[in-house]
Design a protein around this ligand. Structure first.
Ligand code: SF4
Ligand code: SF4
Length: 485
């Protein structure tokens, strides 16, 4: 007979319930190597984010002098000496590939380095925790205060905390919009309420999202919302170094007093004294001694906490450290640990980064500042004129990426003795049209290519368009088809 399934069963998997009520985490402050690395990286990341829009870069007269600028109205992206047009979106594809593979490489070398040290969610949450600790005290004080309930002093501190959080969040949103316009001008406009409405809307959205994500949702973003822990779990391998509790050294865990007694009797005992310091400092509130978990963002803070304990009790540090199961098993078997940084996976990732980087660099260095795209008319595809000649029409888009106007000539190579006419450009020479391309713009033209009756190809043939800068000699080409009706 089939067993009846209760709603409660549906919420269970092999490891327990699929739903658990949220338990507030009170991470304790800690100092040590990894905490210092995190402070420094936080300063670098926040410094870059907040200050980069104010860095200037001279691109010549009339061009924006902001080093990093996403110029939507003029459809440009500026990054120091690089200027990208919408037609060059493949560079962004290249950048995305580089970012993804770099993430895979980090993961193959040291687990979730991105999550623990560089992810904006981690960086801003850390900053918000620092404000909280500064005003409301460390873990113990905050647990006590929450249990005791509100009084005037606590309410004042809480109001101040939320005010500072909101200022940081507002500053974060404000810095974001500065990447989309000239920063000093926009700051002035924002302060005098003359900035475009969309800027205020984006600042409001980002203020709210930063305040909520870093102030309230914190570790829940990493545990429940972010897909990366699931992806990286599938990408990792047995050689990757992850924050690991070395149970071969730590077990059997017992209290310090008992451990000392057992050692005095010459009995085996682990180094872990079950002090829970590694759990107390964990920003996601987990116990790393239970093995690797998706909830662990691998921030390394439990390493610092445990190192401090080990130092205090005169035991060797790094009971928790960057390691893997292979080494745990090797140590258990009395063999020395092995670290394989160079292996097929990491070589493949480095090779991919090098290849994509080289392709992008080559494309960047050989990037043409004059470009031409052609689109053949669809309807009618070709026209037979009264004298028997055949005419095809094209829409041509010319890109002058230089910061000055220039004269260009258009040549066509297709049906024998075909002539070229630029609609609306009456002043141009008919046999070799020449036009002026304005600086830093895209110009659209209608071109008519006419093949005389005696040279009617009678089938579809290739037609090559060549655009030549008369002054600089720069050339851009493209190919389409000439069709007979
Ligand atoms: S278990 Fe350790 S490394 Fe993982 S999130 Fe907690 S403190 Fe960070
Ligand atoms: S901090 Fe170290 S000694 Fe203390 S419980 Fe964690 S692993 Fe054990």
């Amino acid at each position: 007979m089939n067993k009846m399934v209760s709603p409660g069963d549906l919420l269970m998997d092999d490891d327990g319930p699929l739903y658990v009520a949220h338990k507030k985490v009170y991470p304790q402050s800690v100092s040590g190597t990894f905490r210092n690395i995190k402070w420094r990286l936080m300063a670098v990341c926040l410094g870059i984010y907040y200050l980069l829009p104010f860095v200037r870069w001279n691109r010549g007269l009339g061009a924006p002098d902001q080093a990093v600028l996403i110029d939507f109205p003029n459809r440009r992206f500026y990054f120091f000496f690089i200027e990208l047009w919408p037609q060059e979106v493949y560079y962004f594809t290249g950048l995305l590939i580089l970012a993804a593979v770099s993430l895979f490489l980090m993961n193959a070398l040291g687990g979730r380095i991105w999550c623990g040290y560089l992810c904006p969610q981690t960086v801003w949450t850390d900053l918000f925790y620092a404000v909280e600790r500064w005003l409301e005290g460390d873990r113990r004080e905050r647990i006590k205060a929450d249990a005791a309930g509100m009084n005037a002093g606590r309410a004042a501190k809480r109001v101040l905390k939320h005010t500072i959080w909101l200022v940081i969040a507002w500053w974060t949103g404000g810095a974001w919009v500065l990447y989309f316009a000239d920063a000093p001008t926009l700051v002035k406009d924002l302060a005098t309420f003359q900035a475009p409405l969309v800027a205020y809307i984006w600042i409001a959205i980002l203020t709210l999202s930063t305040y909520l994500l870093a102030g309230f949702m914190r570790e829940q973003v990493c545990v429940y919302m972010c897909p990366w822990p699931r992806i990286q779990a599938a990408l990792t391998d047995e050689w990757a170094l992850n924050v690991t509790y070395k149970y071969d050294r730590g077990e059997a865990r017992t209290s310090l007093k008992k451990a000392n007694e057992l050692r005095a009797l010459g009995q085996p005992v682990g180094d872990c004294i079950d002090c829970y310091q590694c759990v107390a400092v964990c920003p996601t509130g987990i116990d790393i001694r239970n093995g690797s978990q998706l909830d662990c963002i691998q921030c390394g803070l439990c390493i610092d906490a445990c190192d401090a304990v080990m130092t205090k009790i005169s035991r060797e540090t790094r009971l928790i450290g960057y390691d893997n199961d292979i080494n745990i098993h090797r140590r258990e078997a009395g063999k020395p640990p092995v670290y394989r940084i160079v292996r097929p996976r990491t070589i493949t990732y480095v090779a991919m980064i090098a290849a994509v980087g080289a392709i992008m660099l080559y494309a960047m260095l050989t990037r043409t500042l004059l470009d031409v795209n052609v689109l053949h008319d669809r309807n009618p595809i070709a026209v037979k004129l009264a004298d028997g000649s055949i005419r095809n029409a094209y829409t041509v888009r010319l890109l002058n990426k230089r910061g000055f106007d220039r004269v260009i000539a258009i040549d066509v190579d297709g049906p024998v003795n075909a002539t070229l006419h630029v609609i609306g450009a009456d002043s141009v020479t008919q046999d070799r049209p020449m036009i002026i391309l304005a600086r830093d713009t895209t110009t659209e033209l209608r071109l008519l290519v006419t093949a005389p009756a005696e040279n009617n190809p009678g089938k579809s043939v290739s037609v090559h368009f060549r655009v030549t800068d008369i002054g600089l000699g720069e050339v851009a080409t493209t190919t389409d088809h000439f069709v007979s009706p």
